[in-house]
Design a protein around this ligand. Structure first.
Ligand SMILES: O=C(O)c1cc(=O)[nH]c(=O)n1[C@@H]1O[C@H](COP(=O)(O)O)[C@@H](O)[C@H]1O
Length: 230
């Protein structure tokens, strides 16, 4: 059965056992799962297969960022594993994004190619430290312009930019981490939004990690979030 929920649960764990244990408490019709750098580095591709076997669509979040050929070949391998979504950093540039698009087109792949704009852990001062004089929203919008030109399927940004992105780039799917239910800890996130507000503002998918994975009762935490969206 395919998943219609907007929630993607970030399985940020350091062992296969912990990731599978959490995933098995969740229902693949109620969320998708995300494999990030920590989990993939320790497990390699077998975790993708294991999660697919128990019915989950997988977002392989390795945020590739390299020269065009290297990045496109990494995207090709990810797509050949049958992942639902893969991401690359937009700051890799237009040629890099186009190379990734082309490789997926040549494979007739259905894997969604998503460009990371400005990480949700970064605020205005962090951008200034990087010699970026734009606000986070301005920087997100200018990277989105390049991503649209490269015909990416969507973007990762904070939901704080969702409204402006949907207005200017309605064809792009918006994947928004930095989601925090009312009262939840921010942890290392800066540009945070509640689940319901993110959906109202135009997010298509909500990436949620610790508010679910570190909850006393993860399936209930997911359920509470889904109820808050109704
Ligand atoms: O690409 C991502 O998923 C991502 C991009 C971004 O800008 N910010 C961000 O937090 N993420 C990921 O989203 C997840 C957020 O986890 P929590 O902060 O625990 O909800 C982590 O796995 C991050 O790696």
């Amino acid at each position: 059965m395919s998943c219609t929920s907007p929630v993607i649960v970030a399985l940020d764990f350091s062992t296969v056992e912990d990731a599978i244990n959490l995933a098995k408490q969740l229902d693949p019709t109620k969320c998708r799962v995300k494999i990030g750098k920590e989990l993939f580095t320790v497990t390699g591709p077998k975790i993708v297969e294991e999660l697919q076997k128990i019915g989950f669509e997988v977002f392989l979040d390795l945020k590739f960022h390299d020269i065009p050929n290297t990045t496109a070949m990494a995207v090709k391998v990810a797509a050949s594993m049958g992942v639902w979504m893969v991401d690359i950093h937009c700051v890799g540039g237009l040629a890099m994004m186009q190379a990734c698009r082309n490789v997926l087109d040549q494979m007739n792949s259905k894997t969604l190619l998503i460009g990371v704009t400005v990480l949700t852990s970064l605020g205005l001062e962090d951008l200034q430290q990087l010699s970026i004089t734009k606000t986070p929203e301005q920087q997100v919008l200018s990277l989105a312009q390049l991503a649209a030109e490269a015909r990416l399927d969507g973007l990762v940004s904070s939901a704080q930019e969702a409204r402006a992105l949907k207005l200017n780039f309605p064809q792009l799917k918006l994947v928004t981490p930095g989601i925090r239910p009312v009262g939840a800890s921010k942890h290392d996130q800066q540009r945070i939004v509640t689940p319901a507000q993110a959906m109202l503002d135009g997010s298509d998918y909500l990436v949620i990690g610790r508010p679910i994975t570190k909850a006393v009762n993860p399936p209930q935490a997911l359920e509470d979030i889904l109820i808050s969206l109704q």
